[in-house]
Design a protein around this ligand. Sequence first.
Ligand SMILES: [Zn+2]
Ligand SMILES: [Zn+2]
Length: 322
Amino acid sequence: MVNSGFVRFVFMVFVLGTLAAQDQQGAEKSHPVVLKYLGTAGWEITDGTTSILIDPYLSRINGPAPPGGGSGHSLAGDTRRVYGWGDVASPDVAAIDSHIQRADCILVTHTHYDHILDVPHIALKTGAIVIGTESTENVMRAYGVPEGRLITVRGGEDYEFGSFSLKVIPSIHSPLDHKHYFSSAIAPAGMKAPLTLEQIHPEGGTLAYLIRFHGHQILAFGGMNYIEREIVGLEPDVALIGAGASRKEIYDYSGRLMRDLRYPALVLPTHWDNFLAPYGASQQPALDALQSFLQEIAAASPKTKVIVPKYFEAIPLETPAK
Ligand SMILES: [Zn+2]
Ligand SMILES: [Zn+2]
């Protein structure tokens, strides 16, 4: 005869186990991490409470093209104002306001205008902290972003923020202009807004970021390059990988990345669109060019899922494998 105490014990274990499972599901459901592509190298990562932005650039001005073309070129028939290096470009406040309601933290990979033009406005509007190089923070200072909200990094830092943690990874810029792009310039201290495009275009060094958030590890690049020894051993489940044409200047770009990162479950191509075209314009040529990147990832890491992001479309992350 079975001991009734034992039956009660088994029942309790079953009930507690079920409750624990429901609780875990509830926790996952209440904190789904969602990514949104803002265009260029821009992303929003949020759990509905904490919002992290990476290189948010929504103004998409008809500005100067990168050296050698890169991933930006003016569209024929574009009737918008053409900006030169000596011009001051104001952020497109309407575009920003319709898509960015809040931000707690803005990560900037480097101080080029297609990464930083909108950051002072977004930082002032949201009260977010801005994490970036000394060059990036000097641009923030010019626009009066309070010193207390600026966290200057050089790569190598690994910081705890409570709801997420952040490893700052030394990196290098896309090999634009068939490897002839090089800049050691940094935006100096003491500048006063408004700044010309030239003043918000000294690279200031390039960083990548590993964001640990609700059990996910999201590795974000701002362009088409990396320092291999700095990424070996990272095991992100999500990687935002620069997919513009200049990656083809690099030896086995996608293959080395996939091996070094231990074959991430999800890859999201970034900085692949033509950022000199407005949001409504066709990105078909860029999408066509992106196919070779998709093939590279499929060849190097057949189990990796690749999602070609649409502007502002929510990409919810699946529960990470524990
Ligand atoms: Zn750049
Ligand atoms: Zn760029």
